[in-house]
Design a protein around this ligand. Structure first.
Ligand code: SF4
Length: 99
């Protein structure tokens, strides 16, 4: 577990307006098998889609399905615990519906 304060911003309403074509056959973002907790905590904080999750029991999960392709996790942890970061394949990924 870490001592992260709860995230108080909720953008789910806006994210829910987007459309996603999830490429089930190819993850365009992947993580190390057992990511360093401190590095993972950074990603919990910076991912605008909230895809890096830390449970109350310390379980760490990540799902690329709602990725906004912003590249923030690549900047923060590319070459570290983010082992793959690619653009989604053609016709896959996010389609913005708001902004
Ligand atoms: S590219 Fe952006 S939205 Fe996608 S997982 Fe990384 S930080 Fe989250």
């Amino acid at each position: 577990m870490t001592d992260l304060d709860p995230i108080s911003v909720n953008v789910d309403e806006y994210l829910g307006l987007n459309k996603y074509e999830v490429d089930e056959a190819h993850a365009h973002v992947t993580l190390a098998d057992d990511p360093d907790p401190a590095e993972f905590a950074k990603l919990v904080r910076v991912c605008p889609a909230g895809l890096y999750k830390l449970s109350a029991t310390g379980d760490r999960t990540f799902d690329y399905a709602g990725c906004l392709v912003c590249g923030t996790c690549r900047i923060v942890a590319g070459g570290g615990i983010v082992t793959t970061w690619e653009y989604p394949r053609p016709t896959m990924g996010v389609e913005y519906r708001y902004g």
